[in-house]
Design a protein around this ligand. Structure first.
Ligand SMILES: Cc1cc2nc3c(=O)[nH]c(=O)nc-3n(C[C@H](O)[C@H](O)[C@H](O)COP(=O)(O)OP(=O)(O)OC[C@H]3O[C@@H](n4cnc5c(N)ncnc54)[C@H](O)[C@@H]3O)c2cc1C
Length: 450
């Protein structure tokens, strides 16, 4: 039997953006349905074992991390730290990051969502169909193991990471050419690593041993995408392996056969690397693969074509917008190859304002978008995709959705709606850009992988 349900705000996807959207909308009195197809909230930050929150702090030279987005991003970080799920922030080169433990990210997400009375969460459930009439989402079908539910939402927030609601609603979407898409990665957790095995210079030595192992034929060439980082828990380390699909196949993050090949390839590589480390690298003799991700990590897939696309030049100059609702502070981090990131910093370390127009799917009045699939160019997305920024755009989209659910007319004037969103976050005015970083826009390769 098909269930039927009405809600004010349907949030599709329970990653960083979806969590923030659901909580923000519920705190403004909306009845929210949060739909997530994994058994945990957190998206990439939990299911793909991504283990650092970036984009939480302003870029600045001086020591001391300054939160970029007051509101749920800052609150979530504080709660992670308080729960023992993160230690930091930590300065890495020119940026401040918050290394986190994915299981604790999931727990904090559960708690913050549960405390926001008004959110009903459905896990193991997928958005399957979207019906639109006259430029409005009227009905959304949610599927769970052969059962269907028909939802009539006043407003929808697409936080699927893949702009799936927008695509199902026939709103305009885009995707970068396969060869340029940011490469996916497979992340595994090792346990039983000696405490000093990755300390200081030894981390570089491990990278060198992996390269030598490839040259000697002990490791497949694809292991060159691997990097290791110790966690805050003694004996634990993450291995992150940037991947190409095997056998020279093109990469397509929305193709199930490509995703299956990546999952299998990632696991094979992870166990080969773990065996190699155990046999050939000091400090890894007692190590084992302790946890696999629930899914391969996808950095970039489909994006919505919004009312205003955030362009590469916007990020490079730290653009300002009259309908700004959040700040992005992370440099453009390109990972188009598996040989490591290329970072490009904005001029004068200026943050980029994110306009509400980039969170609106063109042509669908009651559809907002949040997280890594907002309207942005391929390179701009390489800055905006980080978790801290996804939390911030999620919060903005959630507040906007709640306001439009209360008064459909509010959707008509984006600038006025953005002002209400800013006021609704409690900060009213976004923080001023802080002290400039020397050198202006620049490219750099970084041994430190994220
Ligand atoms: C390997 C890797 C390393 C990274 N490193 C870092 C880092 O160090 N720091 C950092 O800040 N960022 C990092 N990122 C980027 C960051 O993790 C993601 O961009 C960010 O988490 C995206 O959040 P999101 O909420 O937009 O999307 P996601 O986290 O992808 O969440 C989307 C959610 O929607 C759900 N969903 C999708 N479709 C449906 C559907 N039809 N029905 C129901 N649910 C659906 C998914 O299951 C998922 O839970 C990394 C990413 C990867 C892949």
């Amino acid at each position: 039997m098909t269930r039927q349900l009405r809600c004010d705000v349907l949030v599709a996807g329970g990653g960083s953006a979806g969590i923030a959207a659901a909580v923000a909308a519920a705190r403004r009195g909306a009845r929210v349905l949060l739909v997530e197809w994994h058994g945990t909230l957190g998206g990439m930050a939990t299911a793909a074992l991504v283990h650092s929150v970036c984009g939480l702090y302003l870029l600045r030279e001086e020591p001391g991390a300054v939160p970029a987005n007051p509101g749920i991003a800052t609150e979530f970080a504080a709660r992670l730290i308080a729960a023992g799920g993160a230690v930091g922030p930590v300065r890495m080169g020119r940026v401040d990051v918050l290394p986190h433990r994915p299981p604790m990210f999931a727990l904090v997400a559960d708690r913050i969502v549960a405390e926001a009375s008004g959110v009903q969460t459905w896990l193991h459930a997928a958005i399957a169909e979207v019906a639109c009439t006259a430029g409005r989402v009227e009905r959304v079908v949610v599927a769970c193991r052969g059962e269907r539910a028909e939802i009539e939402p006043a407003v929808v927030v697409d936080a699927t990471g893949d702009a799936s609601v927008a695509a199902l609603a026939d709103a305009a979407v885009e995707i970068e050419a396969a060869a340029r898409l940011q490469r996916p990665a497979y992340v595994v957790l090792l346990a039983g690593v000696a405490p000093d095995a990755l300390e200081g210079e030894r981390r570089l030595q491990v990278a060198h041993r992996i390269t030598s192992g490839i040259r000697a034929g002990r490791l497949p060439a694809a292991a060159r995408g691997a990097s290791l980082r110790a966690t805050q828990v003694p004996g634990e380390a993450y291995v992150t392996i940037d991947l190409e699909p095997p056998h020279g196949a093109p990469y397509h993050p929305l193709d199930p056969s490509c995703l299956a090949a990546l999952e299998v390839h990632g696991r094979e590589l992870a166990f080969s690397i773990a065996d190699f480390l155990r046999q050939h690298v000091d400090g890894f003799g007692g190590s084992v693969v302790a946890a696999l991700p629930a899914r391969v990590g996808v950095r970039e897939s489909r994006r919505v074509v919004g009312e205003r696309r955030i362009e590469t030049a916007d990020v490079e100059r730290g653009a300002t917008f009259p309908d700004s609702v959040a700040l992005a502070t992370w440099p453009i981090e390109l990972r188009e190859q598996t040989t490591g990131p290329r970072l490009r910093y904005p001029r004068d370390a200026r943050p980029t304002e994110i306009p509400l127009r980039a969170l609106r799917a063109g042509g669908v009045a009651n559809l907002f978008v949040a997280g890594r699939c907002i309207a942005a160019s391929h390179e701009a997305q390489a800055s905006l995709r980080v978790i801290g920024t996804c939390l911030a755009t999620g919060e903005a989209a959630g507040i906007a959705a709640a306001l439009v659910a209360q008064d459909a007319g509010a959707a008509g004037d984006t600038a006025a709606l953005a002002a209400l969103v800013r006021a609704g976050r409690g900060d009213g005015v976004l923080p001023e850009p802080r002290a400039p970083v020397r050198g202006g826009a620049s490219s750099a390769r970084q041994g430190d992988r994220r």
